[in-house]
Design a binder for this molecule. Sequence first.
Ligand SMILES: [Zn+2]
Length: 242
Amino acid sequence: MPAISSKKPYRVGRSSTGLGLFATKPIKKGTKIVRYFGPLLDCKKKKDDAVENKYLFELNGRWTIDGSVRENVARYINHACKPNAESDVRPRKRKVFIRAIKNIEPGEEINYDYGTDYFKAYLKPIGCKCAACERKRKKQRAEARAERLRLKAKAEKKALRQAEKQAAKARENKHELNGAKANGVKLNGKHLNGHGGKLAVGKLIAMKTAISAKPESKPRGESRASARPQAISLSRTPDLSR
Ligand SMILES: [Zn+2]
């Protein structure tokens, strides 16, 4: 068991997921940072095979390091999908070292990839909280937000277009009505409140003629039927009550 010297280039500190190991000095790429150690478990022994915790480091089919012991500072090193260190496994020597695969600056958290099995068993169910995954999630959230804003802007533009269309239509109707009034036809509510059928045919013809500004030449019965829808639609405009 290596003594923990004051020269060690790391310290245990608070990380985003609890505790973590942080560089206190520059660590050069390729440097052995710390050994991952603990009792060796032999899977052929029932007692050893029954041990279960999050710090088991499998060396090979038979031997596993139980890294849950307090002295194993390397157990504080968190997983990262894009790490700055790696686990250097020496199954024959039954040793594991954590080695820098990048130059690490003081203050930087040290991490290595725990491997697919650990990831699937422990990290995937709760969502990996490493910096790379957090960045990815942040980016996805930003993209989703941008998409929502884009759709909202699109919907607002559409609503505005429709409102403009309706306003234009309303202006047109008003124009037509004003034209009808100018032609001297009285359009009061009684005539246009949807009871067009009860009106005298002659009056309806007069009204329609005035609106379309065309002489009515159709037979009476037919003109009465065709005049009705127009009378109903006109009754919806607010100007009629004046
Ligand atoms: Zn991750």
